[in-house]
Design a protein around this ligand. Structure first.
Ligand code: 5GP
Length: 212
């Protein structure tokens, strides 16, 4: 009963590309049934392994611009020369119903979500264990061209420079351990006083006894 009266939270994960954030998101979604993924819209071309409507909604730049005009997004940003945006209605509906939403977005998106609703955001920055490992993971993905890999590697520095704006910072040297740390953060954050809406009524009832 109490869980229903809790407001949902926005669990925001950012990292340089290749730090393992997408795998972590998938792991969290498997481990926890109370959280849903925010699926972004993007103008980037679809990778072979990706599915439209599952990994992203892949749209043209013209469609993306129309969605901006319709105020369809909570936030949108240009990342690596492509546009990415977070749909608003899905997130609002989940939060109001006490459900949490996980976001795989960059630092610009994390900042804009905080501007939108600071109290509901829990932000985590994921670091790779080393630059060597970061490069290895980017190459392993093998779906992006050599140019894309080197451009993402050179932009890692800029992304990492935003680590200090996040509530938590984790090093992803092991997917299982890192995901379990995120589960611990999620469980504790859900219990924070500010998220327990029901507690006001509950305390009023307890205090009624003393007034009589
Ligand atoms: P990728 O093309 O590798 O899937 O994602 C590139 C970057 O864009 C990643 O850092 C990812 O977190 C970020 N990203 C994905 N969706 C969104 C979004 O809706 N908004 C913002 N601001 N960044 C996003």
């Amino acid at each position: 009963m109490n869980e229903k009266k809790r407001k949902g939270l926005m669990l925001v994960l950012s990292s340089p590309s290749g730090a393992g954030k997408t795998s972590i998101c998938k792991k969290i979604l498997k481990l926890d049934k109370e959280i849903s993924m925010s699926i972004s819209y993007t103008t980037r071309s679809k990778r072979k392994s990706e599915k439209d409507g599952v990994d992203y909604f892949f749209v043209s730049k013209t469609d993306f611009d129309s969605l901006i005009r319709e105020k369809f997004f909570i936030e949108y940003a240009n990342v690596f020369e492509n546009w990415y945006g977070t749909p608003k209605a899905f997130v609002e509906e989940k939060l109001e119903n006490g459900k949490d939403v996980i976001f795989d977005i960059d630092w610009q998106g994390a900042q804009k979500l905080s501007d939108f609703s600071k109290n509901d955001v829990v932000s985590i920055f994921i670091l790779p264990p080393s630059n060597k490992e970061l490069l290895k993971r980017l190459k392993k993905r093998a779906e992006d061209s050599v140019d894309i890999v080197s451009s993402r590697m050179s932009k890692a520095k800029a992304e990492i420079s935003h680590w200090i704006e996040y509530d938590y910072v984790l090093i992803n040297d092991n997917l299982e351990i890192c995901s379990s740390k995120i589960m611990n953060i999620l469980k504790a954050e859900r219990l924070k006083r500010k998220r327990q809406r029901f507690i006001f009524d509950f305390i009023d009832k307890l205090l009624d006894y003393f007034i009589r």
